[in-house]
Design a protein around this ligand. Structure first.
Ligand SMILES: *Cc1c(COP(=O)(O)O)cnc(C)c1O
Length: 469
C-alpha cells in the first residue's frame, strides 16, 4: 500500500485537471463554473477516500487522465435536467410520483403552440376586448357534462377548497362520516374544510349514513351539503349512503347548495374496459348536484387541473371568490386541457388518442405477446446474466382511483445472477432514460402495460446496460 502522504501529494491540481483533453473537449458545451465545481468535488472525494483507514486507492487512480474521467462523468450528470421523462414499468397507470396522466399528441402540440407564441388567453378575438381565461374550456365542459356553467383551477384539491370557501365560508357543511377522506399528499376533507373557513358538521356513522342524519343536522348555521367520493378506499358489507338525488331534494327544500367532490371524475362510462361502474360527471350533474369538482389528470387523462361544473349562479360565485385568482390555471394547462376535452366529443377518438384510456384498454393476451417479444429481444443482449420469465401480473389504476380494481395482465420478471435485485433496480433508475419497475419476491417486475410501444427499445437498452455494467 502507498503511504498516505504520498497519495495525497499525487492528487492533481484543479488547473492541471481542466487541461486534460477529455475536459477541454467538453469545455465549450458546458458552463465553466460547473466544470470547476465538478473537478473540485471529485478531488475532494478522492482526498476523503485516501484519508479513510485501509484505502484501496493506488497512485494510478490519481493520474490526471483517470481523475478527469470521473470529473467528466460528474459533469454529464449535472448537465441532465432534474425533471425528465422516465419509463414507468410499475404497471400503475396514474402514478402520482411519476406525474400521473401522460398527455395525448394533440395536447402536446396545443401546449407547444401556445407556449411558443402569444395567445388569446384573455383576449376576445370577436370584440378585440378583454376575454375570459376559462372560456376556452367552459363550453366543452358544459357539452360533455350537461352542466350550465364550468370553470377550472390548479387541481382538484384547489377546486374543493375554493368551492367550499365560496359557497359556505363562515358556515357549516354537512358531510357523512363515511366520506371524511384522506387522499395522498395531506388532502384531508376536514382540514381542507377548515382551511376554507367552513365548519365541518359530521353526520351518520362510518358505514351507514341516512337521509334523516343530514335532515337532523340542518340549522341556520348550515351553508352546504357535501358528498365526497371515497376514491382510495371502499366500505363494504353492511353499508348505506344517501343517493345524490335524495340529497339534492333535501338541499332544494332548505335552499342549500349540494357540492360533490367526485375525485377522478369520469367523462365516459369505463365499464367497457371491464372496470366497475362508476358515476360519471354527467350523471352527477343530471342528479341535480349543484357543483361537481374533479381532477384533470386522473382517469380523464389530461393535465393537472381541478374542474368545477354545475349551476351558473354557484359557478359564478366560485369564479368571483378571491381564492380563484390564487388557484388559477396557466395557459399551458388550459391548452392541454382543451385538446384533451375535445377528444371526448368522439368516443372512438377518446379511446384511441388519450393515453390513459389506451393503457386501460390493453388486453391480457396482447400484454402476454408483448412480454414474449421483449423476452426474445432481451435474451441475446443479457446472455446468462439473468433469468427472464413471464408472470401473470395485474396493473392498478392508481392516483387514488378505483383502489380495489386490478387490471389483469402479464409482466417480465428478472432474476439477475451476479448482482442483487436491488442493485439491478438502482442501475435501471440511473440509466439515461430512468426505468422504474417493482420488486416482488426477489424479482424485478417490469410491467409492459404502462410502457409505450415507442419506449420498448429504450427499455431493452436500459436492462441490457444494467446487467452488463
Ligand atoms: C384525487 C382526489 C382529490 C385531489 O385531487 P388533485 O387533483 O390531486 O388535487 C380530492 N378529492 C378526491 C375524492 C380525490 O380522489
Amino acid at each position: 500500500m502507498e503511504p498516505r502522504q504520498n497519495l495525497l501529494r499525487c492528487l492533481p491540481a484543479i488547473d492541471r485537471l481542466l487541461n486534460e483533453p477529455a475536459l477541454l473537449a467538453v469545455a465549450a458545451s458546458c458552463p465553466h463554473t460547473l466544470l470547476v465545481a465538478s473537478a473540485q468535488e471529485i478531488v475532494e472525494e478522492l482526498r476523503q477516500a485516501i484519508l479513510r483507514p485501509a484505502t484501496a486507492l493506488a497512485e494510478a487512480d490519481l493520474a490526471p487522465s483517470a481523475v478527469a474521467t470521473g470529473v467528466l462523468r460528474r459533469v454529464e450528470e449535472k448537465m441532465l435536467p432534474s425533471l425528465r421523462p422516465v419509463l414507468n414499468a410499475t404497471g400503475t397507470l396514474l402514478h402520482t410520483n411519476l406525474g400521473r396522466a401522460p398527455l395525448s399528441r394533440a395536447s402536446l402540440m396545443a401546449t407547444a403552440a401556445v407556449a411558443r407564441a402569444y395567445s388569446n388567453l384573455e383576449f376576445d378575438l370577436e370584440s378585440g376586448e378583454r376575454g375570459h381565461r376559462y372560456s376556452h374550456v367552459e363550453a366543452l365542459l358544459c357539452r360533455l357534462t350537461g352542466a350550465e356553467a364550468a370553470t377550472a383551477v390548479n387541481n382538484n384539491a384547489g377546486a374543493v377548497l375554493l368551492a367550499l370557501a365560496a359557497l359556505a365560508q363562515g358556515k357549516e357543511a354537512i358531510v357523512s362520516r363515511g366520506e371524511l377522506v384522506e387522499i395522498g399528499g395531506a388532502f384531508r376533507v376536514p382540514e381542507v374544510m377548515a382551511a376554507g373557513g367552513v365548519r365541518l358538521c359530521e353526520v351518520g356513522t362510518t358505514n351507514k349514513t341516512h337521509l334523516r342524519d343530514y335532515q337532523g343536522a340542518i340549522t341556520e348555521q348550515t351553508g352546504l351539503l357535501m358528498k365526497v367520493h371515497t376514491s382510495n378506499y371502499r366500505i363494504v358489507g353492511f353499508t348505506a349512503a344517501v343517493p345524490a338525488t335524495e340529497l339534492v331534494a333535501l338541499g332544494r327544500e332548505h335552499g342549500l347548495p349540494v357540492l360533490e367532490d367526485l375525485g377522478s371524475g369520469m367523462l365516459m362510462d369505463l365499464s367497457e374496459f371491464g372496470l366497475p361502474r362508476e358515476p360519471t360527471v354527467r350523471e352527477a350533474v343530471a342528479a341535480g348536484i349543484d357543483v361537481v369538482t374533479f381532477s384533470g389528470d386522473k382517469l380523464l387523462g389530461g393535465p393537472q387541473a381541478g374542474l368545477i361544473v354545475g349551476r351558473r349562479e354557484f359557478v359564478e360565485k366560485i369564479r368571483r371568490h378571491p381564492l380563484a385568482r390564487a388557484l388559477r390555471s396557466d395557459k399551458l394547462t388550459l391548452a392541454a386541457l382543451e385538446a384533451t376535452l375535445r377528444h371526448y366529443l368522439d368516443h372512438e377518438e377518446a379511446v384511441r388518442e388519450i393515453p390513459v384510456l389506451r393503457l386501460l384498454a390493453a388486453k391480457p393476451a396482447e400484454l402476454k405477446s408483448r412480454c414474449q417479444r421483449l423476452r426474445r429481444k432481451l435474451a441475446p443482449l443479457v446472455k446468462d446474466r439473468a433469468d427472464i420469465s413471464i408472470v401473470p401480473e395485474p396493473a392498478a389504476v392508481g392516483g387514488g382511483a378505483l383502489p380495489t380494481t386490478e387490471l389483469p395482465g402479464y409482466a417480465l420478471a428478472l432474476k439477475p445472477h451476479a448482482i442483487s435485485v436491488d442493485d439491478l433496480s438502482e442501475r435501471l433508475r440511473h440509466h439515461r432514460r430512468p426505468v422504474v419497475g417493482r420488486i416482488r419476491d426477489d424479482l424485478l417486475i417490469l410491467n409492459p402495460r404502462t410502457v409505450f410501444a415507442e419506449e420498448e427499445k429504450e427499455l431493452l437498452a436500459a436492462v441490457a446496460a444494467a446487467l452488463n455494467a
